[in-house]
Design a protein around this ligand. Structure first.
Ligand SMILES: [Fe+2]
Ligand SMILES: [Fe+2]
Length: 202
């Protein structure tokens, strides 16, 4: 696959780090497997950003940072929820739900990224949101279809994403909810709110 991401030079508009330095920090935060996933998300996010008229720089930064908190310990994250007086409901759902919103907190605090669109893309990358900007949609979809993903339906999601970003968001939202239900998993209410807004007939 053509790889345009390496030509990305950050303007310092969103982060004071170079892309190489940001990548180095991200790599230090996670396993090799997750780091590969993050690079895959960046590759797809930059492609989608180009296609749908979103800043490729913002897409690159949001993609590289989207799982920043994923491998922090539960204890550290639980303490952060208490100390920052964040949503106590997250405690009932664990890392899958809290790594997005807490990632946004840590990315702002530790990497100095304050752009609200980037922070919302990190915040909403797992559960979506009723309203998502194009950048948020790009990251939500790229996380689902990056080249390392391999599950029934991912090809369909890739085809949709190449044509229509909103259709890809709809498809992904429905499939995620179906998957959670099939596995008898607890559904975080905002996942249903995302489904109601993007998928359900009004
Ligand atoms: Fe994630
Ligand atoms: Fe991810």
């Amino acid at each position: 696959m053509e790889n345009k991401k390496n030509s990305l030079v950050y303007s310092k508009k969103y982060v004071s780090l170079t892309r190489d330095k940001l990548i180095q920090i991200i790599q230090s935060q996670m396993s090799r497997e997750r780091f590969q996933h993050v690079l895959g998300v960046e590759q797809v996010a930059v492609q989608l950003a180009e296609k749908f008229g979103v800043s490729t720089e913002a897409a690159s930064i949001a993609a590289l940072t989207h799982d920043y908190a994923k491998e922090r310990s539960d204890k550290e994250m639980q303490e952060l929820i208490f100390s920052e007086k964040l949503n106590l409901e997250w405690l009932d759902y664990g890392s899958n739900i809290w790594h997005g919103p807490l990632g946004a907190v840590l990315v702002e605090r530790e990497l100095g990224i304050s752009n609200p669109d980037i922070l919302n893309a990190i915040r909403h990358h797992t559960i979506g949101a009723e309203k998502m900007t194009l950048l948020e949609q790009v990251i939500y979809v790229a996380d689902y279809i990056e080249p390392g993903r391999n599950f029934p339906g991912v090809e369909r999601a890739r085809v949709l994403a190449a044509e229509n970003l909103q259709e890809a968001v709809r498809y992904e939202t429905k499939r995620i909810l179906q998957h959670l239900i099939e596995q008898n998993r607890k559904i975080y209410p905002k996942t249903i709110a995302t489904y109601n807004k993007w998928v359900a007939n009004s």
